[in-house]
Design a protein around this ligand. Structure first.
Ligand code: PHB
Length: 396
């Protein structure tokens, strides 16, 4: 069957043939079907716009470097801004992309609730959904059509909890944004740190939107643990770090440790020296020492006014790689089930290091690094000093 007739059938399945004809959609199918259409839904505005900007820039860079045609088919990316905070908006955009624009792949998803909202659309329309950013462990279980090219919070938190106890930290408070990934991070930190022999003396959850960290940091200051473990989504880290210092918690000798979301490379320059010495764990640092990453950071900076790529950009870049390689395997056939089968189990050398898309969980297996924020050539960088190789999402 040709790509064109597959597309017509699929669209009729979603809309119903009559509705599609009435909407005047069918005549456009012939031309449009020549390209594989990817609906990229990310926050390009609102509080999480940096996630969208980073992913969009990485997707553009991937296509610039690898061309916009693969296995004889053009890959046409349709960028949609969902504003980052309203799941119903993300869901509606996903539905429209599948039914009206005829996309064969959904991608992006800046935050967990937005990935949850789109998952049923992927399932119903049998459309592969490449989650590039959202990082709550359970996400791929919400649809058999989800694959994830970013990371999970349990995956990066477990190694840090164990490292912290080994490094002499005996008591800690957890401090997380009160939603999916934060709760994952809290649960896993408490479990692993306690199992290692440490004691978690308090667990604090802060609001995701418009948080005022002051009263929570006061609570930490009064309790005086040896360390504060922090997860906030990318974009929020600068204010937590600044207030941690301004309120004297650092001067009191409390150590801040965190996932790499807090020391987002997009923000490292503006955070500045207050991050010095902070130890964090993550799957990607712009300072990662490899030839692939050196090329990536240089090219990304060149195209984006000197900006550093962050971990979300790498989820986007690798998401495109996964799609391109899958299309090569299917000889350009963008049938959802065939693409998904081609994606499962794929391994490649990412700019973050070696990765594999787990055949069963559809999550990424990767090295997790322990890093320390240091000044290098006048700027702060997350310098990797230890790694846990090929670590799978351990779940919560
Ligand atoms: C998420 O909502 O899943 C999320 C967003 C930003 C992060 C991590 C997780 O940095």
């Amino acid at each position: 069957m040709s790509h064109k007739s597959v597309n017509v059938q699929r669209r009729q399945m979603v809309l119903g043939g009559t509705a599609a004809a009435a909407a005047g959609l069918l005549p456009s199918v012939g031309l449009a079907a020549d390209a594989v259409k990817v609906g990229l839904i990310v926050p390009m505005s609102g509080p999480f716009a940096s996630t969208g900007r980073q992913i969009d820039a990485a997707v553009k860079l991937y296509q610039k470097q690898h061309g916009d045609t693969v296995a004889g088919r053009k890959v046409h990316v349709i960028l949609k801004d969902d504003g980052g905070v309203a799941p119903d908006v993300t869901k509606r955009i996903a539905q429209e992309l599948v039914t009206r624009e005829g996309v064969q792949v959904l991608a992006g998803f800046g935050l967990t609730p937005l990935a949850f909202a789109a998952a049923p659309v992927a399932t119903q329309s049998r459309t592969p959904m490449v989650v590039m950013a959202a990082a709550t462990s359970v996400i791929p279980r919400r649809s058999p059509y989800i694959v994830r090219t970013g990371f999970t919070l349990p995956q990066v938190t477990a190694p840090l909890a164990e490292w912290a106890f080994k490094d002499g930290i005996g008591s800690a408070i957890t401090f997380v944004s009160d939603y999916g990934p934060g709760i994952d991070a809290e649960k896993v930190f408490v479990k692993r740190f306690t199992e290692a022999g440490g004691k978690v003396v308090d667990s604090i959850r802060t609001p995701l939107l418009n948080p005022d960290y002051a009263p929570f940091l006061k609570r930490v200051k009064d309790t005086r643990p040896q360390a504060l473990f922090v997860f906030v989504p990318s974009g929020e880290g600068a204010s937590v770090l600044k207030q941690f210092n301004e309120r004297g918690l650092s001067a009191d000798g409390i150590r801040l440790i965190c996932t790499g979301d807090v020391l987002d490379d997009d923000l490292m320059v503006s955070i500045g020296p207050v991050s010095e010495g902070v130890v964090s764990s993550h799957h990607y640092s712009a300072a990662h020492d490899s030839p692939e990453n050196k090329t990536y950071v240089e090219a990304f900076g060149r195209d984006n006014g000197g900006r550093r790529p962050n971990f979300h950009s790498v989820g986007g870049y690798d998401g495109m790689h996964l799609l391109y390689e899958a299309l090569k395997k299917t000889n350009g056939d963008a049938n959802g089930d065939k693409l998904l089968a081609a994606m499962k189990g794929m391994s490649w050398t990412s700019v973050r290091g070696p990765v594999t898309l787990d055949t069963e969980t559809r999550d990424i297996i990767q090295d997790v690094y322990i890093r320390r924020s240091e000044k290098v050539d006048g700027q702060m960088w997350n310098v990797e000093f230890d790694k846990i190789e090929q670590f799978k999402d351990p779940g919560v």
